[in-house]
Design a protein around this ligand. Structure first.
Ligand SMILES: Nc1nc2c(ncn2[C@@H]2O[C@H](COP(=O)(O)OP(=O)(O)OP(=O)(O)O)[C@@H](O)[C@H]2O)c(=O)[nH]1
Ligand SMILES: [Mg+2]
Length: 387
């Protein structure tokens, strides 16, 4: 068993989902003291999102991972104002978040052609600097790829997440009866009759301690951050990683998953969540399902059975709970309908919230424009909010 997963870990090496890069803006050009000429500004370094790009391509194309922009031109007799140095663009895939050395977010690139300035060129030499140019900004940046999907599959290993994805979409993820079959996230799309598509991300299984990075937990949990909704997938018979670890019932796996999400990032729990209870084709599944439903209806009555550190602050309220079999397809149409309903409702809510915000901004700007005297800055900023 162990050697299987080793081979797969090696395969994971081909999938790059983060990179560390050195960037430096170009130096400014020299000024021209005698004639008061100003050197050109150094070029800037930008990170730019391209649909077709991957981090692996970026890494292969620029193995030294250094990005330096061009120098500003010196001020000359024929061109007293030196021209600006050439900008440097780092092409990255869509869905990247850029952070600095301290983990502070510089920006996120969510759609094609989004761009972020990461290192600014130095100013050209001028009177104020004694005509000496300034160096460009130096910065180490981290690129992190997060999947952008409508729905993320969350579950312990072996619950049947990949089987489910291949049942409801055209994606063909690997399926096997050992833990950690899925080692990199994979996207599938559910197609609806009215041509609406909903993207679903199959994620590697989480285990207890994932928030402390057990089982490469962080690598996987971070992908969940960007999915709009969560679909918990649990094996109705529960889960046991190995003979040495404790057996967990389906209810326990749900509580443990909730706790892992909470410990990793509390706001993950605010996402709408659905629950698919899998492997309903197997003998005895109905009984187990009834037990689980009873526990989910009154979770508080059962939580005292858990060790304290395993109890989440809040239990997840599932919008729908659907018994399914990812192998026979039983219940998966119903599941697809529930996913659709939930995604549509969420989009409506987002639209409502957006309109309310717009309305509020409009009201604010009206109130401001009735008031005398007007401060120029206030009006500008409230207008900008509306845009
Ligand atoms: N009987 C039955 N077996 C299932 C069902 N769904 C999945 N399985 C089996 O359970 C095993 C694990 O399935 P996967 O789809 O690989 O599980 P996973 O959740 O993606 O697992 P990891 O990638 O390791 O996290 C495989 O042997 C599947 O054939 C189901 O509905 N019924
Ligand atoms: Mg899998």
């Amino acid at each position: 068993m162990v050697h299987c997963s080793c081979a797969l870990f090696r395969k994971y090496g081909n999938f790059v989902d983060n990179l560390r890069l050195f960037t430096r803006g170009g130096s400014g050009g020299m000024g021209y003291p005698r004639l008061g000429g100003e050197g050109g500004k150094g070029g800037d370094v930008w990170v730019v999102a391209h649909k077709k790009m991957t981090l692996k391509q970026l890494k292969d194309k620029y193995p030294q991972k250094r990005f330096v922009a061009g120098e500003g031109a010196n001020s000359r007799l024929s061109a007293l104002k030196g021209s600006k140095g050439k900008d440097c663009e780092i092409p990255v895939p869509v869905g990247i978040s850029v952070t600095d050395e301290n983990g502070k977010i510089i920006g996120e690139l969510d759609k094609e052609k989004d761009r972020i300035l990461v290192a600014e060129g130095g100013l050209g030499g001028k009177f104020l600097t004694n005509f000496l140019p300034l160096k460009g900004q130096k910065r180490i940046i981290h690129l992190d790829l997060k999947l952008i999907a409508d729905v993320g599959l969350v579950g312990f290993p072996n619950a049947g997440k990949s089987s489910l994805l291949s049942q409801i979409s055209h994606a063909k993820p690997a399926v096997a009866d050992y833990a950690f079959t899925t080692l990199k996230p994979e996207l599938g799309k559910i197609m609806y009759k009215d041509f609406k598509q909903i993207s679903v991300a199959d994620l590697p299984g989480l285990i207890e301690g994932a928030h402390m990075n057990k089982g490469m937990g962080h690598k996987f949990l971070k992908h969940i951050e960007r999915t709009k909704q969560l679909l918990f997938v649990v094996d109705v018979f529960g889960f046991q990683l190995s003979a040495k670890t404790q057996y967990r019932t389906a209810f326990e796996t749900i509580i443990l998953l909730t706790k892992e999400l909470e410990l990793y990032k509390e706001e993950l729990q605010t996402k709408p969540a659905l629950l698919a209870v899998n492997k309903m084709d197997l003998p005895g599944a109905q009984n187990k399902f009834h037990v689980l439903m009873n526990q989910l209806q009154n979770p508080k009555d059962f939580l005292h059975l858990f060790e304290k550190h395993m109890i989440p602050e809040r239990t997840v309220e599932f919008q729908h709970i659907i018994p399914i079999s990812a192998v026979t397809g039983e219940g998966t149409d119903e599941l697809k309908n529930c996913i659709r309903k939930s995604v549509d409702e969420y989009a409506d809510q987002e639209n409502d919230a957006y309109h309310r915000k717009q309305l509020l901004n409009l009201q604010i700007s009206n109130t401001i424009s009735y008031r005398e005297p007007l401060s120029k800055n206030t009006v500008t900023s409230s207008k900008m909010d509306i845009i």
